[in-house]
Design a protein around this ligand. Sequence first.
Ligand SMILES: Cc1cc2nc3c(=O)[nH]c(=O)nc-3n(C[C@H](O)[C@H](O)[C@H](O)COP(=O)(O)OP(=O)(O)OC[C@H]3O[C@@H](n4cnc5c(N)ncnc54)[C@H](O)[C@@H]3O)c2cc1C
Length: 420
Amino acid sequence: MTKQLLQTDLLVIGGGASGLAAAIAAKRICGDRFSVCIAEQNPRVGKKILVTGNGRCNLGNTSKDYAAYHGSLTAVLPEFLSQTLSSKEFFQTMGLYCREETDGRLYPHSNQASSVLDTLRLTTEAFGISVCCNCHITGIQQKQHTFFIQTSDGTIIAKAVIVATGGFAAPKTGSDGNAMKWLSVLGHHETNLSPALVAFQAEPKSLRTLKGIRISATVSALDAQENIIGKESGEVQFTENALSGICIMNLSARLSSENPTALSLNLLSHQTSSQTQAMLWELYSIRTQWRTEDWLTGLFQKKVGIQLLRSCKIPTDIPVYQVTPFQLERLSQMCHDWRFPVISRGNWQNAQVTAGGIPLEQLRKNSLESKWISGLFFSGEILDLHGECGGYNLNWAWCSGQYAGMEAVAYLKNTLERTV
Ligand SMILES: Cc1cc2nc3c(=O)[nH]c(=O)nc-3n(C[C@H](O)[C@H](O)[C@H](O)COP(=O)(O)OP(=O)(O)OC[C@H]3O[C@@H](n4cnc5c(N)ncnc54)[C@H](O)[C@@H]3O)c2cc1C
């Protein structure tokens, strides 16, 4: 017989962003009526929160742009958002003030992710929520309205459970998808998983001289037949083996079920290719005696200009007047269609979020409760919803956490009333 570790009314599995929000929301409603406990496998809660937003934590977004979210649960997202506090309001209730930056991005006023975690941790403590760290959940069973939750050290007994174990992205922070093994025994399966908010690896030879450079571009993702399967404008960042940056990461979030075979960068999307050609002829005549490596000075960063010339097979050490009309035309095309064949999508280790998860069809209508198991709820990245860059994923973590917490308390009240 396994040791009984503890008994609680509500067990939240996973002490990440959405698990902490779920526990706080539940306890805020139920007060002393029900006990709430968080089981976290790491030695401390909220490890991932500390690395978000480059240590600043882009904790939400004020925009109501539903197009920034993807996955089957987007169908019910407006409903959930309308019934929960916005990210800004949720943190204000805990005394954490936010600053709003461009495009509605919210950050803690301190600009430190640790203040977000401290606020959640200290609120949890003040509310009397128990936190069991180093507690790895390995299985779950329900018998007559009671859950028996297995850990490596014994069994936890609970009347309701919220699974907030995250997805597969950034497994070093604890979210390695292990929960899917024991959830599958209960009939829950994730769909269409892929790493999202991630870079695309490209041929290192083409990137060698560009490493570290950031440029603005409109990027088209192309399939093997050269059809455009996604398009996004913004900052592109070159690394030694990949194209990254917000623009590329957002493309990866949109193209969760397909991988492009190439990325095409339009560096001058504000003008047509014939305007670009005319501009290059003008530069040709003004700078005709200059060396080609200086021809594009002021138009692009030096290394970008040189790489463009190399891609068009124009030597960089000849006078501009030696460039042929054919080469000039090619360069003008290249400014609008600079190709980078994609080798692969980045992996779970460097992805920020999981595309895919438990789909809408496995949940009750307008609810985060399991379709089959009463009293079992889900929140956060484990669900089939992911957002683009800009605070949308944490928006979802707080929103779904609050919603699952509210639903779990309503469930506890109902079951208790039935059994009294
Ligand atoms: C580098 C990086 C930067 C990011 N920056 C931003 C940003 O600025 N803005 C934004 O909106 N989003 C950002 N994100 C995404 C965002 O952090 C996640 O979407 C969000 O944290 C998901 O919350 P969650 O609670 O669902 O999962 P998680 O935060 O992953 O928490 C899940 C928790 O469950 C625990 N757990 C898992 N299995 C078990 C088990 N069997 N037993 C017990 N515990 C378990 C894990 O240890 C973990 O602590 C970023 C992600 C990364 C990786």
